[in-house]
Design a protein around this ligand. Structure first.
Ligand code: FDA
Length: 396
């Protein structure tokens, strides 16, 4: 195989490293992916009704890291987009009078569902203090039910978090570590945007357009439908490999247990709307915390960047225990098991007598937002250069 570097995986982690290698060394780089497309989980396409759909769930770019934005904004074209999410909240009786309320919980959420007199931060703090006054769990909280009820009170916990968590993790909050629901934001103001990062963007050419640009370089060759594990023997002579697939898959022959993931199943419906600007939902993403429906959220892709189409496509997301690996399951077993895999990964270069590096959300068994995946690749690139791992090809 006449290449200097092999990158396994054409998601952000792999594509960013491939681009950096191409621009900074004279190396010939091959990027392989087992799927039939580039972009990893950020891949999107335009459907027959002219609506751009993200195949693996809605992807909103947001970051606080200027260096990440400086790097990625050079590829594709981007437009500002501030994401908002509504939750569909059903009443506690069996009636159908649901209401839509903003998430994360902010002043408008309280006004809409519980108390219209809450107007400012002081009111909000007073209202929450009242709501949680009788709650006497001891700290540190034993589980996610306690940590959430202590912050939000029983009403918000039951309306927004209890059933949603059950659907998402197939575990009740009592069975999850306190940290899982502790991370949920709570706002004391009227900021009803889903993210507060200063940089919030969507690519007008889609993420696939961004990846096409990233990988469009004379030194980069992309091979799709190529599974590393099936073709490994072809790549044994390549001296520099970056692997961005699942770490437990890479070391499968060692006989260790596999890491657990949650997955998603998507169900899609398209409706004729007639008017090109008409949409079906009050927000691009509607969360479904209630047990009355089995899915966790519905995404109306037409709403992103205000796309125009005579139709609209709704995608419902169901949490699943089998399928593509999406979300690492944070528990003691998996943390310990991952540490064992990590030790194997650290020794792999020595064991193989060629450089083998592990990068990205699957190799690190960690949920990474897109900006974190890009930032992680940029940071590792700097470190690898410092450690003398990046060689420039000598061309005669
Ligand atoms: P990624 O999974 O994208 O790429 C890895 C690639 O390796 C895949 O293409 C895979 O096919 C390939 N591969 C694996 N094994 C292989 C093998 N044996 N041989 C060849 N190829 C192999 N982030 C954000 O910032 N905003 C958001 O709104 C969202 N939304 C979101 C929704 C959902 C449902 C999920 C699951 C995730 C998000 N994300 C997100 C996170 C985002 O998807 C994530 O940051 C990136 O996909 C990470 O890029 P990686 O390259 O690390 O992995």
């Amino acid at each position: 195989m006449n290449v200097d570097a092999l990158i396994v995986g054409a998601g952000f982690s792999g594509a960013v490293i491939a681009r950096l290698l191409a621009e900074n060394t004279k190396q010939k780089i091959m990027v392989i992916d087992s799927r039939d497309h580039i972009g990893g989980n950020c891949y999107d396409y335009v459907n027959q009704y002219g609506i751009r759909i993200s195949k693996y769930g809605a992807h909103l770019f947001h970051t606080t890291r200027q260096d990440v934005w400086n790097f990625i904004s050079a590829f594709g074209s981007w437009e500002p987009w501030e994401h908002k999410v509504l939750a569909k909240i059903y009443p506690r009786d069996s009636s159908d009078n649901f209401a839509y309320a903003p998430v994360p919980i902010c002043i408008q959420t309280i006004q809409k569902l519980y108390d219209s007199s809450v107007q400012n931060e002081e009111d909000m703090r007073r209202w929450l203090a009242e709501e949680t006054r009788s709650i006497k769990f001891q700290t540190p909280y034993k589980n996610s039910m306690e940590s959430a009820v202590a912050r939000f009170g029983h009403r918000i916990y039951n309306d927004f978090f209890h059933s949603y968590t059950l659907k998402q993790w197939e575990k009740s909050p009592e069975e999850l570590d306190a940290s899982v629901l502790e991370r949920i934001p709570l706002r004391y103001n009227k900021d009803d945007r889903y993210f507060t990062d200063p940089i919030q963007m969507l690519p007008s050419c889609g993420y696939t357009g961004v990846f096409k640009d990233l990988l469009n370089h004379p030194q980069i060759e992309v091979r799709l439908n190529t599974d590393y594990f099936q073709e490994r023997h072809c790549f044994n002579s390549v001296n520099f490999t970056v692997f961005t697939g699942p770490i437990d898959g890479y070391f499968a022959s060692r006989g260790l247990d596999r890491l657990e993931y949650r997955s998603l199943r998507f169900e899609e419906d398209t409706f004729e709307m007639g008017d090109k600007d008409t949409v079906m939902q009050p927000a691009s993403v509607v969360n479904e915390p209630s047990m009355r429906v089995p899915y966790t959220r519905t995404v109306e892709f037409k709403q992103f960047l205000n796309q125009r189409s005579t139709h609209t496509t709704l995608v419902r997301e169901y949490s699943a225990s089998n399928g593509d690996p999406y979300y690492p399951v944070p528990n003691e077993r998996n943390t310990k098991l991952y540490a064992t895999y990590q030790q194997l990964a650290e020794r792999e270069t020595e064991a193989e007598r060629r450089t083998v590096l592990f990068l990205g959300r699957l190799a690190n068994y960690k949920y990474l937002n897109m900006d974190q995946a890009i930032g992680n690749a940029l940071d590792h690139w700097q470190q690898w250069k410092k450690d003398g791992m990046i060689k420039t090809r000598v061309v005669n």
